[in-house]
Design a protein around this ligand. Structure first.
Ligand code: CDP
Length: 230
């Protein structure tokens, strides 16, 4: 069981991080949210005054930036602590300016290449739940368990809107919905490793499902895969 890698991909705010983290806890696996890597590059570019449209500049940054993902250091609902340039940027990665810039940054082939090796190294160790957009298709095509987690745009926007409000952040449902739609479009239409369901992924539509139900469904898929290997 411990050598299994679980890849969970899907559109923005489909619940990948909540489900991924809980599945990892249930199995005693490591959890890695790969969106954080793209968000960290975007945040650092904004901080350093590198224009998001400057592909060469952003790519160079992604090749040298040290992104450290640690166990949660503060008990404020976070799943991990992200340190960049010696700063705890965990919540800064959720700022609107990062939401706006991250999909264009993630579309740069050089940025994806720079971040791919580290993701593969971690994934190939097994005992990992990795969530993102291209884990089952490009980063770890050999993953034993692949889930494509989906929900309608309206449901995903409601979830992200409620999440923002619960964090004390200003939020407007219509704005959130438009932002998710825009990001999904860019993520699905980029040339390099676009968001798409791997041929061997199990499709899970979570629109009408609660969190425990989705967690159980993923654990059931893991058990089925583990059983066929015995
Ligand atoms: O949590 P949310 O669904 O809003 O997004 P995220 O998982 O933090 O990812 C932010 C952005 O990073 C996505 O919209 C993609 O543009 C990019 N991303 C990617 O290209 N590949 C991944 N494996 C993960 C994220």
């Amino acid at each position: 069981m411990k050598d299994i890698t679980i890849a969970i991909d899907g559109p923005a705010a489909s619940g990948k991080s909540t489900i991924g983290c809980r599945v990892a806890d249930a199995l005693g696996f490591v959890y890695l949210d790969t969106g954080v890597l793209y968000r960290a590059v975007t945040w650092a570019a904004l901080e350093r005054g590198i224009a998001i449209a400057d592909e060469a500049g952003v790519t160079r940054l992604s090749e040298s930036l040290a992104i450290d993902i640690q166990r949660p250091a503060v008990d404020d609902g976070r799943q991990y602590t992200v340190v960049v340039d010696g700063r705890d940027v965990t919540w800064l990665l959720r700022e609107q300016r990062v939401n706006d810039g991250v999909s264009p940054v993630a579309a740069y082939a050089g940025v994806r290449a720079a971040l791919r090796d580290e993701q593969r190294r971690l994934g190939l160790r097994g005992g990992v739940v990795m969530v993102g957009r291209d884990i089952g298709t490009a980063v770890l095509p050999e993953a034993k368990v692949k889930v494509y987690l989906d929900a309608t745009l309206e449901e995903r926007a409601q979830r992200r809107h409620r999440e923002n409000l619960s964090r004390g952040q200003d939020s407007d449902y219509e704005v959130v919905r438009a932002e998710l739609e825009r990001r999904d479009y860019i993520d699905s239409h980029r040339a390099t490793a676009p968001l798409s369901q791997a041929a061997d992924a199990v499709y899970v539509d979570s629109t009408e499902m609660g969190i425990p139900e989705v967690v159980d469904r993923v654990l059931e898929i893991v058990r089925q895969v583990a059983a066929t290997r015995e």
